[in-house]
Write a protein that binds this ligand. Sequence first.
Ligand code: SDX
Length: 389
Amino acid sequence: LASQAEKPKVYKGLEGIYVTETRLSYIDGLHSKLYYVGYPIEALAKNSTYEEVAFLLYFLRLPRKDELDLFKALMAEARELPEDVLNVVKKMVSLKAHPMDILRTAVSYLAAYDPEVGVNTPESNLRKSLRILSKAPSIIAAMYRFSRNLDYIPPRKDLSHVENFLYMLHDKRPTEFETKVMDTIFILHAEHGMNASAFASLVTISTLSDIYSAVVSGIATLKGPLHGGAAEAAYYQFKEIGSPDKVEEWVQKALASKRRIMGMGHRVYKSYDPRAKIMRELDGEIAKIYGGEPKLLYEIAIKLEEVALREFAEKGRMDIQPNIDYYTPIAYTALGIPPEYFTTIFTASRIVGWTAKAMEYLKDPRLIRPLDLYVGELDKEYVPIDKRG
Ligand code: SDX
């Protein structure tokens, strides 16, 4: 074993380690900034659409009008699901599987219907990525409908990505405002550097496995409550608090018992997550328009943020601030999305980030295989079983 002096440094969780270069996104964690291919997230959330952001991430530039129209048509064409995939979704709903498990399984099953699954060329990988990207909302809508004993609503090709998704969920065309809210959510979740699920999918693609497998790795990883599962956890946290006047007492108890406040803190943002800022403003509009539960959740969230940040600041922890998962529960609730589906929507959006990063990495791939430092004993003598104490 290396002596104490030569003991190599272990970077637990690969904290602070750069594993590759990228042009897809840049996070300035100290100054609440996020860029997709150099464009500030605020400008994209305000002016763009998910389809345009997907084009930007796949081609590293904004599309011309004719290119975007073709791209949207290709995505619209690919929304249908094979009958068998619907049957698997229905079966898993009957087994009361979690929506993230159903989505992971359905994407896995989709691979069997893709004749190009084993073809590893840039053109084929882009076609497969578009298929998965376009079908994910259909899978989520299917499981939502089946879980409420409602019929599957087949996709429409004349609606945008998020309009069609909301139409398939609720069997009615969304309003312009609902579409804008869902498009904003999809834009904000699209890509975010080397987050855990992106890394998981990159490890998969680095062995030259296929794009479907890389996306399945991403889904399996995003599910965790420390990552994409935090929005669902944040919703239940707001419900547990119940009203703004209960926040003070709840925070004192939570922090005393070292409980994590879900939707707060981040490995990279040591400032306010710019995506949370955008969602917070949108939630303010939503609270006014919808009232009811969205308004109550919003009032609790605002109060909890105020009290938690005050407490963290007193402990010198200005680095713990709201992240994207903190304010999305209010918008999802207004759009009629149940909490157990929140992370599936995060997933549907992030498929573009995972696949764009996988295709970027494949331009100059390197098997991802780090080290773990052995700290056990060596050369132990093997004792036959009848001689063991
Ligand atoms: C996402 O990586 C990405 O980019 C992810 C994401 C994306 O777009 O892909 O941005 C999406 O996953 C957002 C994060 C969603 N998760 C949550 O909201 C869950 C709650 N947050 C934490 O568990 C935590 O902040 C993490 C997991 C997000 C980050 O954790 P780190 O970097 O491993 O930090 P840590 O756990 O070591 O915490 C450092 C300190 C600890 O205190 P000490 O042990 O040093 O005394 O800060 C404390 C923590 O206890 N802390 C919190 C806290 N987050 C950190 N204390 C209370 N509440 C919190 N939320």
